[in-house]
Design a protein around this ligand. Structure first.
Ligand SMILES: Nc1ncnc2c1ncn2[C@@H]1O[C@H](COP(=O)(O)OP(=O)(O)OP(=O)(O)O)[C@@H](O)[C@H]1O
Ligand SMILES: Nc1ccn([C@@H]2O[C@H](COP(=O)(O)O)[C@@H](O)[C@H]2O)c(=O)n1
Ligand SMILES: [Mg+2]
Length: 228
């Protein structure tokens, strides 16, 4: 099934054949340099994964990676990694995450770009991004691409709070005060992005209540039906 879908994309969007000796400098038409495989430089296939804090984005991304072979990029994980590195942005990121606010888009998009450029996979699941219209516009401007589809894990607040408070991964933002801010930020900044993609016909709303496996059974057909 997956192979057939891949072939179909090639008909719609022919891959770009490149000369191996040009591989270091050739760009795909996107502003970033993309790794080629077997002399073929496929266009990136981007799925954004959205949902409130604790809605299960990361958990479901793990299952999508296992089943459909995507590269998972969690914006939150990239920011946390940058935070504990020697980065000039480290303390700014820590304060922003600690307060449940959104890190300036340029920083987050550059971290995503770095991962995309160094990946030999062209299918990306970008989790927890875009969190705001500013994030979305920065991605379009810096990376020059749009998502093929957007998943939205729709989960009631009480369930999200319960999941976050029992996560136990030592995250500085998994406490009741920060969760309140994150929920507010989700409603005021992220819902408009979800609405934007719904109007573009790219949004797949997934009921995020149930067991992990039950939810994945709602996710699976979305990817199986995709023409890539
Ligand atoms: N369907 C589910 N039922 C119960 N617990 C779940 C379910 N899915 C995920 N969890 C648990 O809930 C917690 C939050 O899940 P996860 O980290 O995947 O959410 P997230 O949307 O990525 O959250 P965040 O935005 O805070 O990163 C984790 O401890 C995870 O194991
Ligand atoms: N696009 C983003 C994504 C995340 N952040 C910050 O990281 C925090 C944790 O994100 P998770 O996806 O792991 O929940 C989030 O609350 C923000 O502070 C961001 O700024 N921009
Ligand atoms: Mg997560």
């Amino acid at each position: 099934m997956w192979r057939r879908a891949t072939l179909f994309l090639r008909v719609l969007e022919p891959p770009i054949h490149i000369n191996a000796s040009l591989s270091q400098t050739f760009t795909t038409g996107f502003p970033f340099h993309f790794q080629e495989k077997d002399g073929i430089c496929p266009k990136p296939l981007i799925t954004f994964v959205l949902g409130g804090p604790g809605s299960g984005k990361g958990t479901q991304c793990g299952k999508i990676v296992e089943t459909f072979g995507f590269k998972h990029l969690s914006a939150g994980d990239l920011l946390r990694r940058e935070m504990v590195s020697d980065s000039e942005y480290g303390s700014m990121i820590m304060n922003t995450i600690g307060e449940g606010r959104i890190v300036p888009s340029e920083v987050t998009v550059k971290l995503i770009l770095r991962e995309m450029e160094s990946s030999d996979n062209h299918k990306f699941l970008i989790d927890g991004f875009p969190r705001s219209q500013e994030n979305r516009i920065a991605f379009e401007q810096i990376i020059g691409a749009e998502p093929h589809m957007v998943l939205f894990f729709d989960c009631p607040e009480e369930e999200m709070v319960k999941r976050v408070l029992s996560r136990n991964q030592g995250r500085i933002d998994d406490n009741i005060n920060t969760i309140k801010n994150r929920l507010q930020v989700f409603e005021s900044l992220n819902l408009p992005v979800i609405d934007y993609y719904a109007k573009k016909g790219k949004l797949y709303r997934i009921n995020a209540v149930g067991t992990v496996d039950e939810i994945f059974e709602h996710v699976r057909p979305v990817f199986e039906a995709c023409e890539f």
